[in-house]
Write a protein that binds this ligand. Sequence first.
Ligand SMILES: Cc1ncc(COP(=O)(O)O)c(C=O)c1O
Length: 445
Amino acid sequence: MSLKPSRRSFLRRATILAGGAFSAQSIFNQTYGSVFDDLAAKYSGIAPADLAYDEDYWSVIQQGYTASSAPVLNLNNGGVSPSPLVVQQAVERYGQLSNQGPSYYMWKILDQGREPLREKLALLGGADPEEIAINRNATEALNSIIFGLDLNRGDEVIGCYFDYGNMMHAWHQRAKREGIVYKQLSFDFPIEDDDMIVQAYREAITEKTKIIHVTHVINWIGQIMPVKKICQMAHERGIEVIVDGAHSFGLLDFKIPELEGDYFGTSLHKYLSAPIGSGMLWIKKEKISKVWPLLSNGDPQSGNIRKFESIGTRSFPIEQGIGEALNFHNAIGAKRKEERVRYLKNYWAEKALEIPGVKLHASLKAPYSCAIAGVSVAGMSPKELENSLMSRFQIHTVAIPYRNLDCVRVSPHIYTSLSDLDRFVKALSILAAENANFDMGGKGA
Ligand SMILES: Cc1ncc(COP(=O)(O)O)c(C=O)c1O
């Protein structure tokens, strides 16, 4: 008997899926429904902070991913994260469906999934669906705001040197082209003092300041910024706040309106593990009409958030695959995920701190960091450390030789195992020992 599905059954299944990424028919439910139900029942009474240490629970979650630590152990999930298998399968199936007759299946079938998807994203973000636009990445979401706001020559925007490059470039372009003033603060991260950070923004404000741009989790080093306190301070002075949530959404357990920002943009292909090339924009309802869309729309001053989705033909399979990533994420629960990833970071970081010559560039306290931490080895430049980890130990990290930061960035994800992290710590200890020997003229301790 052939295992190949007949063309009719494929189409029937695909049509159900197109409208049903969020229903009982979703690929997630077909694949994992009972597994996750059983897990939820078994672990329901356990607090997320305690569950973070439960390898039995997390080994089931790890199996949902195909990402493997052989041959290369990926410790740069902050760059972009892999999707679980169900998400990959969804994108594949929607792609096959699209290719049955693209204009019909994409625009008449898959397109119907966008409004349910908006609702599902809004639910996770604690927002009104009418405040959510679906787009391709955080750069698109945040550039829509940066270039969409009316500002006059001389108006001031405050950001910092540790915001993301694409956003700093966008503000520099507005400064060059229109004469706005873009001021950037510098910080000595890690900082375990919210007030010190808020104070730095407060002191930079003048009567010309219109916007503060703040990154929720600083990508370079993982510092969690006191966004809510910055927003409250800014609003007392009539200043709006744009929040870059690329590294926070789908990782930290928060609702977007709780941050009290005015605008929020994020990737979905980082910690949410949605298909690569997916992002989201949130704008406070009453502010939508005043933001001009980046790609023009028939009614650019409309209060309808969908004006930010006039991006022409896009990948419908990627967009609809977000629904399955949400199913996977929700089945775990936001708080459990945050606690587990912080535990993984602290697991390797606490061991690394014991190694002579190894320095940690992150706080180990929960309010100030979660997944990401920087680490350095005495006697090695960030690039040397990144290269040695890769060439000798097949461990992928990213060098951060930037301003006052000199380290490699390390970011595990929920699919990362403790043995993967042991492998990383062992590599650090070998490199630290070799460099200690080298510092002593190769004679050894
Ligand atoms: C803080 C921050 N903002 C924005 C981005 C851009 O994300 P995307 O590649 O989804 O546009 C990144 C990417 O790493 C980032 O770290």
